[in-house]
Design a protein around this ligand. Structure first.
Ligand code: ADP
Length: 169
């Protein structure tokens, strides 16, 4: 059984086995969660991202996929980088957003991670509406078979925390 928990705060302050990063496909860092993770994780995270890019993802990590690196100076063992879809009003990209959660949990299982922290993927710069993102995130985590014991959603602000709270009932 996987327990789903909810925390309002900064994902880079979480003590968990794996922290999920809402990365961009370049894997070379960016703003939002990505910037915060690289700042606090330090150069070891970026170095491994660069190596992964050179060895496997020359064209970038595809949207909906996930890959793990060291967590550097973070209080975690791994960072799982996943690339969320940019919100589109004309195209349904829900499957890609669900895939971020599924693939991150698959990678977490491969690593043997028991506790995993997720941000609200795609709800920042990628503009996904929070209600819809929360519905997809919670539904996907509830329905994906995994050995992860705790999935912790870490929401930056009170509004996002309330929206996720309503989805979890
Ligand atoms: P994306 O590009 O996938 O939209 P962002 O990093 O821009 O990713 O935003 C994703 C969500 O993460 C947003 O809701 C944003 O408020 C939130 N966020 C930003 N910084 C942090 C942080 N340090 N910890 C947790 N959540 C954060």
């Amino acid at each position: 059984m996987t327990t789903i928990t909810l925390v309002q705060g900064d994902i880079t302050r979480q003590s968990v086995d794996a922290i999920v990063n809402a990365a961009n496909s370049s894997l070379l860092g960016g703003g939002g969660v990505d910037g915060a993770i690289h700042r606090r994780g330090g150069p070891a995270v970026l170095e491994e991202c660069r190596r992964l890019r050179a060895s496997h993802y020359g064209k970038g990590l595809p949207t909906g996929q996930a890959v793990a690196t060291t967590a550097g100076a973070l209080d975690a063992r791994w960072v799982i980088h996943t690339v969320g879809p940019v919100w589109s009003a004309t195209e349904d990209r829900s499957d890609l957003l669900a895939s971020c959660y599924r693939e991150s949990l698959r990678v977490a299982d491969e690593l043997g991670a028991r506790t995993v922290a997720f941000p609200a993927i795609s709800t920042g710069v990628y503009r996904w509406p929070m209600e819809d993102a929360a519905r997809i995130a919670t539904r996907t985590v509830r329905t994906t078979p995994t050995s992860v014991e705790e999935v912790r959603f870490v929401l930056f602000d009170e509004r996002a925390y309330d929206v996720f709270g309503r989805q979890l009932g």
